[in-house]
Write a protein that binds this ligand. Structure first.
Ligand code: CP
Length: 363
C-alpha cells in the first residue's frame, strides 16, 4: 500500500476562497460549481439537453449562428474538449481552441490577459480547463464573460457531474420530468478510487446527495482521507470495496491521477487487489449495478477490460450524454435557451427534461 500517508489537508474547500471575495455580480450562465445550480436550473439544463438533442440540426444551428465561443485548455482533454466543441458547433457557433502548448501562454501570458484577449477577439463565453482550483472564478472576474468550468485542478468538473446525472436518470428514472431532493431517493452511488485528486468525485459528491442519493466514497486512506466526508452533506466513507459494491446501484470508478500524486507512491498490485473492478468481483458483489467512469480509463488498473467493455458498463454512453448536456450549457451561457433564438435575452423554454430511456440491456 502507500509508502507515505497523504496529508489530510490536501482536499480544498468546495468553494475556493476567491469566490467569497467577489464584489460584483457573477455573469449569467456561468457554471463553475454544481453549487451554482438550483433544482430548477438543473431541471432546465436536463430539459434543454433533451430538446436540443432531438431538434433538427439545421434548426438547432440557428440558435447560436456565428456567435463566438472560446475553448481555453491548459490541460489535456479528449472528452470535455471535443464534446464542448461539437456542442457549440451543433448550435451554429464559431469556436476557437487555445491550448497552453501552442499559444502565447507558453511565452508567459497570464490567464487574466489571455481572457481579456479572447474577449477582445469577440468571445462571448469561455470554456476553461485549468490545473489550478478556482482559476475559472479569476477568469470570470477578469473578463465579465460566462465561464464554463471544464475541470479546475482538484476542485470541480460540473458538466461531468451533469452528464453523469443524465446517464443515471436514463437508466434509473426514465420518464421523470422534474428534479427534486427526492429524485434519487433509494439510490446508492459508490465513488471509488482516487477521491483526493478528483474534481469529478467532488462535483458528484456535491450534486447527488442533494437529489436524495446516498453516496459512498471508497478507497485507501492515501487517496481518500477521512476529511473527504466533509466535502458536503450525505457522504460516508467505506474502505472495503466489496461491501460498498454490495450496497450500490451505481459504481463510479476513478482513474488514479498519476500527474497529481506529487511524490505519493502506491503499491499498485495491492491497490488492484483491493479496489479494482474486475469480472469476478462485480459478479460476486454487484451483478446488477451500473458501472460508470468519467474517463480516461486505465485498463488493467482501476478496472479490467472485461468490466469496461461488459454489459454493466455505461462508459461510452456517458460520453454521448456529454454532448447533449454541453449543448444546453453553451446555449444557457449565451442566453439562447429559448426555441430557435440566436439573440441574447431570449428566455428558457419549458420542456420535458427526462433523457430518453436507454435501450441498453442491463446485465
Ligand atoms: N472526463 C473527462 O474530463 O475526460 P477528459 O479529460 O478527456 O476531458
Amino acid at each position: 500500500m502507500p509508502t507515505r500517508k497523504a496529508a489530510a489537508t490536501t482536499l480544498p474547500p468546495s468553494r475556493p476562497a476567491e469566490v467569497l471575495l467577489f464584489k460584483t455580480p457573477r455573469p449569467h450562465g456561468s457554471l463553475i460549481s454544481v453549487l451554482d445550480l438550483s433544482f430548477e436550473e438543473i431541471g432546465q439544463i436536463l430539459a434543454l439537453a433533451t430538446l436540443l438533442e432531438s431538434q433538427d440540426p439545421l434548426v438547432r444551428m440557428q440558435r447560436l449562428l456565428k456567435r463566438k465561443v472560446a475553448l481555453l485548455f491548459y490541460e489535456s482533454s479528449t472528452r470535455t474538449r471535443t464534446s464542448f466543441e461539437l456542442a457549440a458547433k451543433a448550435l451554429g457557433a464559431d469556436t476557437a481552441l487555445i491550448s497552453s502548448q501552442s499559444s502565447s501562454i507558453e511565452k508567459g501570458e497570464s490567464l487574466k490577459d489571455t481572457g481579456i484577449t479572447l474577449k477582445a477577439l469577440g468571445a462571448e463565453c469561455i470554456i476553461l480547463r485549468h490545473l489550478s482550483s478556482g482559476a475559472p472564478y479569476l477568469l470570470e472576474q477578469a473578463t465579465g464573460l460566462p465561464v464554463l468550468n471544464g475541470g479546475d485542478g482538484t476542485h470541480e468538473h460540473p458538466s461531468q457531474a451533469l452528464l453523469d446525472l443524465r446517464t443515471m436518470l436514463a437508466h434509473l428514472r426514465a420518464g421523470e420530468t422534474s428534479v427534486t431532493e427526492k429524485t434519487l431517493e433509494g439510490v446508492t452511488v459508490s465513488i471509488v478510487g482516487d477521491i483526493l485528486h478528483s474534481r469529478v468525485a467532488r462535483s458528484n459528491a456535491l450534486l447527488l446527495p442533494r437529489l436524495g442519493a446516498r453516496v459512498i466514497l471508497c478507497g485507501p486512506a492515501a487517496l481518500l482521507p477521512e476529511v473527504a466526508s466533509a466535502i458536503g452533506p450525505g457522504l460516508t466513507i467505506e474502505r472495503d470495496f466489496d461491501k460498498a459494491l454490495a450496497e450500490s446501484e451505481v459504481v463510479m470508478m476513478l482513474r488514479i491521477q498519476a500527474e497529481r500524486l506529487a511524490g505519493l507512491h502506491l503499491d499498485l498490485e495491492d491497490y488492484k487487489g483491493r479496489y479494482q473492478a474486475n469480472g469476478p468481483r462485480m459478479a460476486a458483489h454487484a451483478p446488477k449495478a451500473l458501472l460508470m467512469h468519467p474517463g480516461p480509463i486505465i485498463r488493467g488498473l482501476e478496472l479490467t477490460s472485461e468490466v469496461a467493455d461488459g454489459p454493466q458498463s455505461l462508459i461510452a454512453e456517458q460520453v454521448s450524454h456529454g454532448v447533449a448536456i454541453r449543448m444546453a450549457l453553451v446555449a444557457r451561457a449565451l442566453n439562447a435557451a429559448g426555441s430557435g433564438s440566436s439573440k441574447p435575452g431570449s428566455s428558457a423554454e419549458p420542456a420535458k427534461n427526462a433523457p430518453a430511456a436507454s435501450k441498453r440491456r442491463r446485465a
